[in-house]
Design a protein around this ligand. Sequence first.
Ligand code: FES
Length: 168
Amino acid sequence: TRDKMPPVPGDILVHAEPSREGQLVKVSDLSEKLVRAWPQGKAEDGSPLIRKGDPNNVLCIFRFPKGQIVAPTVMEATIDSEIVAYSDICTHAGCSVANDDQNVGDMKCPCHSGQYDPKRGCKVIGGPPPRPLAQLPIKMDGDNLVVGDFFLEFPYPFLTEQEWQARI
Ligand code: FES
């Protein structure tokens, strides 16, 4: 069903935190601390549809000062080399990854202390995750942040690639 589809190019990013769920994500909302977001597409009747039927679809978005985002982040998939989005689902066992309170701008998984660096392609910098969080290409459409393309790598620990493709 459409609410379980992975992010689709053109989907608008909306807040996922319960207190703001469904509000458009604005550039001014973003910082070095992650903002969780859902992709919002359209239902068959054209009305807005948040793709939250699959918890794997939760995303995290960051904004860093220019020059801080570096390889292996795919720069063409960022907004002005300042705003970057990833899957928020830990590649180890699928927990939702949080901010690292000891190291602002890094991420730490609450389940087994996996650590990722979102300035460097969310590469693993600690703990058991086997691979980086998948980067999601994003771009601006007017004032909205939108999905530019599919994830650059297969993002989900508990789906096969065939199951994922079947949802697209
Ligand atoms: Fe994230 Fe284990 S699920 S480190």
